[in-house]
Design a protein around this ligand. Structure first.
Ligand code: SF4
Length: 439
């Protein structure tokens, strides 16, 4: 391979929205620099980029499987591994025969330079900056599900929850500037985007390194012409200020939709997890949202079976979460992570018990979500319809308050916000068919 020809690059991205957004940005940079275009269909790649995740031990295993399988299927391709697993296990990944370049999270913004360098001299590279020294903010924005854009505004985390390796993998909290993020949002509008999901690792911490504030970011984004909808991907409860909630309620384009990680509804478990709040603070935030936006959808992350979660703590947590009146639970079973403080907690929840707790939490989630959707059956709500896969006869979209709806495919509705009347039944997948569209 030489860099005189345009190469073909294949991406394998694992993990969070942030990773997908960053992979898309690397793809754009490769195309803009005339180095490579993304493979289509079964085309043979010359370059494989694996953007890894390390959120659980299962994620680690999946990364290794993907790397090995890519090397086997494309033995002549340049193989680049980056992301959180590369940050944490860079050396052992570099030892896998067939891996050419391993880059940690500080180097994510320079992946294209490393590829270009390799194309010129074929020298392997391993570059991983220790997490405490990670400073660079690599901007990224991706058109995720063919219609909505995921815009990264912040990276890293300074919280060190006892079960989490993300601060070790992503480094310290840092953000882009409001001016640079607004520019990216304007660019999305120029490309015809209507909805932006604001993403990051701990986005309520936005501006820590720049002296700017999260609410001022929201206000500036709200003024960007052409963007009709924003959603905040996830925000820590202690950083979700009442001012932010009240402002969102009266904003032009921020949707009545919040996603807040709770992790446990028991204060002793929250303490063991080293979370930055107790459950009464969480309950106050939910109440405030409901007061300001009675029709809002609130999604909540819950981790079950963490070390130290005695059966009575779990029962207490389940009961508390059931009393909150939130709409959806994103339930994760606890997974042991090397290097975390949680490993010092002696009580381990057996796997079978962990699985049964996941099932009980999911049942609660299902019930709460159905009750919420029932309130809006036969009501009118605005929906942004997404581009369906080629040849599909059905299209999907989300209401302002995050109810998934289905409608027969009509090209003119794609990427438009349309008022619809919802049908009167809830499907098994918790979506609702549209009874009538207003255009
Ligand atoms: S807030 Fe806690 S769980 Fe979230 S990324 Fe930071 S350390 Fe991990």
């Amino acid at each position: 391979m030489t860099n005189e020809v345009l190469h073909r690059v294949k991406f394998v991205t694992l993990g969070c929205k942030l990773n997908f957004s960053e992979s898309a940005t690397i793809g754009q940079q490769l195309a803009e620099r005339g180095i490579a275009t993304t493979v289509k269909g079964d085309e043979e790649p010359d370059i494989c980029v694996v953007n890894t995740c390390s959120v659980t031990s299962l994620a680690d295993r999946k990364c290794r499987q993907h790397i090995r399988s890519l090397i086997k299927r494309h033995p002549n391709a340049l193989v680049v591994v980056t992301g959180c697993y590369a940050q944490l296990q860079g050396k052992s990944i570099a030892e896998i025969p067939g891996v050419d370049i391993v880059l940690g999270n500080e180097q994510k913004g320079d992946v294209v330079d490393y590829i270009e360098h390799w194309l010129n001299n074929h020298k392997p590279a391993l570059a991983v900056t220790p997490h405490k020294d990670i400073r660079t903010f690599a901007p990224s924005c991706e058109c995720g599900d063919r219609t909505r854009y995921f815009l990264k505004v912040q990276d890293g985390c300074d919280y060190y929850c006892s079960y989490c390796t993300i601060p070790l993998a992503r480094g310290r909290s840092r953000s882009g500037t409001i001016a640079s993020i607004v520019d990216q949002a304007r660019d999305v509008a120029r490309r015809g985007g209507k909805e932006i999901v604001i993403t990051g690792v701990n986005i309520g911490d936005f501006g820590k390194n720049t002296g700017e504030s999260f609410i001022n970011l929201l206000k500036a984004l709200d003024r960007v012409e052409g963007i009709e909808r924003y959603r905040i991907s996830s925000i820590e409860p202690d950083l979700l200020d009442d001012e932010v909630i009240d402002w969102c309620a009266g904003s032009r384009a921020f949707m009545p939709h919040f996603h807040i990680p709770l992790q446990s509804g028991n204060d002793e478990v929250l303490r063991l997890m080293r979370r930055h709040y107790d459950r009464s603070l969480f309950a106050r935030k939910v109440e405030r949202i409901h007061e300001a936006m009675p029709h809002a959808f609130i999604g909540v992350d819950v981790m079950v079976g963490t070390r130290g979660e005695l059966p009575e703590y779990f029962d207490d947590s389940l009961q508390f979460i059931g009393s909150l009146g939130v709409q959806h639970l994103h339930v994760f079973p606890y997974s042991e992570r090397p290097g975390t403080m949680a490993l010092r907690i002696p009580y381990i929840v057996p796997k079978a018990e962990r699985d049964s707790r996941v099932a009980r939490m999911m049942e609660l989630s299902d019930r709460q979500q159905r009750q919420f959707i029932e309130r809006f059956l036969t009501a009118e709500r605005p929906v942004l319809f997404e581009q369906p896969p080629h040849g599909s006869k059905v299209m999907h979209g989300f209401t302002d308050n995050y109810i998934r709806v289905n409608a027969p495919y009509r090209e003119q509705l794609v990427n438009t916000v349309t008022t619809v009347r919802l049908g009167n039944t809830i499907n098994d997948d918790l979506s609702v068919d549209v009874a009538k569209t207003n255009n």
